[in-house]
Design a protein around this ligand. Structure first.
Ligand SMILES: [Zn+2]
Length: 267
C-alpha cells in the first residue's frame, strides 16, 4: 500500500508539474500577445497624436483672426490694453491714451504729466498700493504717462550723457516708450529711495510687487534674464497694466509680453 500511494502521490506531483508547465506556457504567451497588442496600440496612439499635431500645424497659420489666442489657451480678449510697445512696435507721435487720470497714491516727483495713467490702470494701481500698504510695504509712484515730447527730451539727454548704445538699453526712443501708453508705472518704496534704480531690485517692495502685481493686472515688464527678448535690462520698478487674465497667464508661464504675442496670441 505504502509504495503505491507514494507512487501515486509522485504521479500526482508529476501531473502537477505538467499542468504547471502548460499554465506557464499559457501565461507567458498571453503576456507576449498582450505586450504585442500594447505596443501596437501605443504606436498607433503615437501616430494619431503626430497626425493631430500635424493637422494642428497645418490649420493654425493665417486663417485665424489676428491677436486672438489659440483655442488651447484660455481665451484672453485682446484690446488696446494689451498693446505691445517696444523697440520694434511704436506709437504715432500724436498718440494720446484715452481717459488719463491721476491715481490717488503718493508720488516721488510732482510733475503733473507723469502722474497720469489710463483710468482702468490707475484704479487697479490704487488697489495694488492699498494691498501693499496692508502688508506693511507702502509704495510710491515714480513715473507713469509720458508724452512723445517728454520721451524725446529724456532720451536725448540720456544719449548725451551715456552715449546711444548705453542709453538704448534702458531708455526708449520717442514713440517706443511703454510709458506713452498710459498703462505703465515705475514704482518705488514709500521713501522714494532707489526710485528707478538697480538698488530697488533687492528691496522687500520689489519682491512684493513681483509676487503680487499680477493679481491687479500688472506685469513685471522687463524681468531679469530676458534682455534679449524685451530689449531692456532688468527693471524691477517698471510695471505694465495688461488686465488680470493676461497678467496671471504671463506670471504663471514666466514669460514676457513679447513671448506671449510670439507664442500664444495668434497673428
Ligand atoms: Zn519705466
Amino acid at each position: 500500500m505504502e509504495p503505491r500511494s507514494r507512487r501515486a502521490s509522485r504521479q500526482k506531483k508529476s501531473d502537477n508539474n505538467g499542468i504547471g508547465k502548460i499554465a506557464a506556457v499559457i501565461v507567458v504567451s498571453t503576456l507576449l500577445i498582450g505586450l504585442a497588442i500594447f505596443f501596437a496600440i501605443n504606436q498607433e496612439d503615437k501616430g494619431a497624436k503626430n497626425a493631430s499635431e500635424e493637422t494642428k500645424k497645418e490649420t493654425t497659420p493665417s486663417t485665424t483672426e489676428p491677436t486672438k489666442p489659440s483655442s488651447s489657451e484660455p481665451q484672453i480678449e485682446l484690446t488696446e490694453i494689451q498693446m505691445l510697445v517696444n523697440k520694434e512696435h511704436g506709437l504715432d507721435e500724436d498718440y494720446v491714451p484715452p481717459d488719463l487720470i491721476v491715481p490717488k497714491i503718493k508720488f516721488v516727483y510732482q510733475t503733473a504729466e507723469i502722474k497720469q495713467m489710463q483710468r482702468v490702470a490707475a484704479e487697479s494701481l490704487e488697489k495694488m498700493f492699498e494691498a501693499a500698504k496692508q502688508d506693511g510695504l507702502p509704495l510710491a509712484g515714480v513715473s507713469g504717462y509720458r508724452s512723445y515730447k517728454t520721451q524725446k527730451i529724456l532720451y536725448n539727454n540720456y544719449v548725451k550723457r551715456d552715449g546711444q548704445e548705453a542709453a538704448d538699453r534702458y531708455s526708449a526712443k520717442p514713440g517706443h516708450s511703454e510709458h506713452m501708453t498710459g498703462l505703465t508705472m515705475d514704482i518705488a518704496g514709500y521713501s522714494g529711495k532707489c526710485a528707478a534704480s538697480d538698488c530697488f531690485h533687492n528691496t522687500k517692495e520689489a519682491q512684493w510687487l513681483k509676487d503680487n502685481a499680477y493679481k491687479y493686472g500688472f506685469i513685471l515688464r522687463y524681468p531679469p534674464g530676458k534682455e534679449e527678448i524685451t530689449g531692456y535690462k532688468h527693471e524691477s520698478w517698471h510695471y505694465r497694466y495688461v488686465g488680470e487674465p493676461l497678467a496671471k497667464f504671463i506670471y504663471e508661464k514666466q514669460i514676457t509680453l513679447e513671448e506671449y504675442y510670439e507664442t500664444y496670441a495668434k497673428k
